[in-house]
Design a protein around this ligand. Sequence first.
Ligand SMILES: [Zn+2]
Length: 449
Amino acid sequence: MLIYNATMLTLGSHPRVIENGAVLIREGRIADIGESAVLRARHPDERERLDASGKVMLPGGICAHTHFYGAFARGLAIPGEAPRNFIEVLQKLWWRLDRALDYEGVKYSALVCLVDAIKNGMTTLIDHHASPDAIDGALDAIAEAVEQAGVRAALCYEVTDRNGLEGAQRGIAENVRFARRLRQQPSPLLGAAMGIHASFTVSDPTLEACVQAAEEHQLPIHIHVAEDPADEDDCFSKYRMAVVERLAQRGALSARTICAHCIHLSERELDLLAEHGAKVAHQPRSNMNNGVGVARVPEMLARGICVGLGNDGFSNDPFAEMKAADLLQKVSARDPRALGADKVVHMAYTNNAAIAQLFWRDLGGALTIGAAADLVLLDYAPFTPLHAGNAPWHMVFGMHGGMVTHTMVGGRWLMMDRQLLTLDEREIAAKAREAAERAWKKFAALGSD
Ligand SMILES: [Zn+2]
């Protein structure tokens, strides 16, 4: 497959803008890159061709932290008084909605997110799943949806003590079972992690069991960290130490740990993240929505911490999350120099690729020879000069997910000219509405945890 005549933004360590650029794709990878005339002359026999005139080509979007299970929250009314704080948001919304999901709900909640991902050019997602009344096999239900969609997703089940010791053990067992399945039947689209909800919902024995299983099965750990001060308060009162200190002491912190949020951290905790090479996923839209605070992203980046961007279940538009990340830091610091589009794009592509490489070694977050052919085409007609130096500002302030017309993963088209090729959006929406209605009825019948 030769895609030519595109304005290519390669990103990566040596970002270039190639006008009239082309890529040759062989066996799911980028085999050649350059100017269209050169590549057409070099590969005259390539039969499959796509003229991408007027379009911008970018690497596929990567989401470092999401929740497929949260899709049915859209339009859902929470009975009684509105949640006043983060813990009440969990108790009144998320810990009831996840319990209301059956297997069909798990699958269709994932499918609607995957439709949204493909339409917005998000090609790789790192998911964190919970469905306490449908634990065993839940990751298979999601995996089925992921393979049907054709995107890449790393899956885990969130281990928590909120459903008792037995619930925690079943969560660990589900992660281990899924990891074993992937070892026996590897899929280029799937990855496995050990999911842990958060420090404040796991006792020491549960945390130790998670760490042990993660080590035994060589799984990255994916956990929420200090999303709200309540996580730190709990840790100080129970263990006389901060959350990141606890994770480090219990062996849960390493270069293979994805820590979502990391908002309320001390200097010492930031140092520990850097020392251990732990990865951080930042979700500015979710943080704003929950009113939980602002992560110290510039300080983390300055310490050399790999901070990527997730969406925490918000829409899968990578441009929307990038813009929110930039604006939030500026308003928080009351300084228009805070963060900046160049750093935000680096987080969303280069750092997210480093996080995704915990699961897929050939994901580079860049259009480079040898990288997996995960890419998107957008209808974007720049009305000011576009070059390598200002491309991040075009991306953050000029582009949005609705401009994506073509999405490719591993050399396979998942969307062309806005037409989904692997999923039937209307049928999925109809079935999802049935599953959501069931989930909403159960939600209404459940009390707060
Ligand atoms: Zn989350």
